[in-house]
Design a protein around this ligand. Structure first.
Ligand code: 13P
Length: 254
């Protein structure tokens, strides 16, 4: 069975006080996994607070270095994230590709590092508006995806979670249409199946990210190929994040 997930990517936002107040607002939602990606420095604190107030909430890192340890000033490894209580890692987010120059090859190494440390990677893929206008959206996403799946073994490919985040929808207030999302998610599922010993379609988990709000969520989650969302700006507000989780529960009849 695919997993149903709503995840909050705080990006470089937050404070100790916000970690505490946000977690205190979060309630379990039947059938939905709730995940918080705070800045890495807050994972330990978040883990302490959620053990008291929201033990069902999972934590993750927005990025990791591919090495387990070493002379890499300013970096943190997947092993360290696991040690802090994290269970997930985002790899290949647009902002890492754009501002830190991360290549497909580097992102593939980070996904492998996550598995090495026993963490669940969420791989972000997505095309720019220019690429979409040129009719290249599916080719771009296919390249980003196969660069990663090529280096994974069978079980890893089966459990890889993919988040389709079109560049033009991130932080713009304009999410992709339900039809655009459905088309690309089906394309992603096809590529994952073709990548080899992948389980059946139903077992894959594919999320959507890009200007998801409590208003756009209802329509997006109607798509049978959408298993949840990776939420940026709106997820800074715990109450609004909860509404998106509730929307997923309703849409999937969980
Ligand atoms: P927004 O929800 O702010 O568009 O951000 C999406 C995103 O980048 C999630 O990883």
């Amino acid at each position: 069975m695919s997993r149903k997930i709503v995840a909050a990517n705080w990006k470089m936002h937050g404070s100790r006080a916000m970690v505490e107040s946000w977690i205190r607002l979060i309630r379990p939602i039947e059938g939905v996994e709730l995940v918080l990606f705070p800045p890495v420095g807050y994972i330990g604190l978040a883990n302490e607070i959620l053990s008291r107030h929201a033990p069902f909430l999972a934590l993750g890192a927005q990025n990791v270095h591919e090495a387990a340890a070493g002379a890499f000033t300013g970096e943190a490894s997947a092993e360290m994230v696991a040690d802090l209580g994290g269970r997930y890692v985002i790899a290949g987010h647009l902002e890492r590709r754009r501002y830190s120059g991360e290549s497909d090859a580097r992102i593939a190494n980070k996904v492998r590092a996550a598995y090495r440390a026993g963490l669940q990677p969420i791989l972000c893929v997505g095309e720019t508006l220019a690429e979409r206008s040129a009719g290249e959206a599916e080719a771009v996403v296919a390249r980003q995806l196969t660069a990663v799946t090529a280096g994974l073994n069978g079980p890893e490919r089966t459990t890889l979670i993919v988040a389709y985040e079109p560049v033009w929808a991130i932080g713009t207030g304009k999410s992709a249409s339900a039809l655009q999302v459905e088309e690309m998610h089906n394309c992603i599922r096809g590529i994952l199946s073709a990548a080899g010993d992948i389980g059946k379609d139903k077992e894959m988990t594919v999320l959507y990210g890009g200007s998801v709000s409590e208003t756009s969520a209802d329509g997006l989650f109607q798509g049978p190929s959408v298993d949840g969302a990776l939420v940026g700006g709106v997820a800074l507000d715990g109450a609004r994040f909860m509404k998106i989780g509730e929307s997923l529960r309703r849409a999937k009849r969980l």
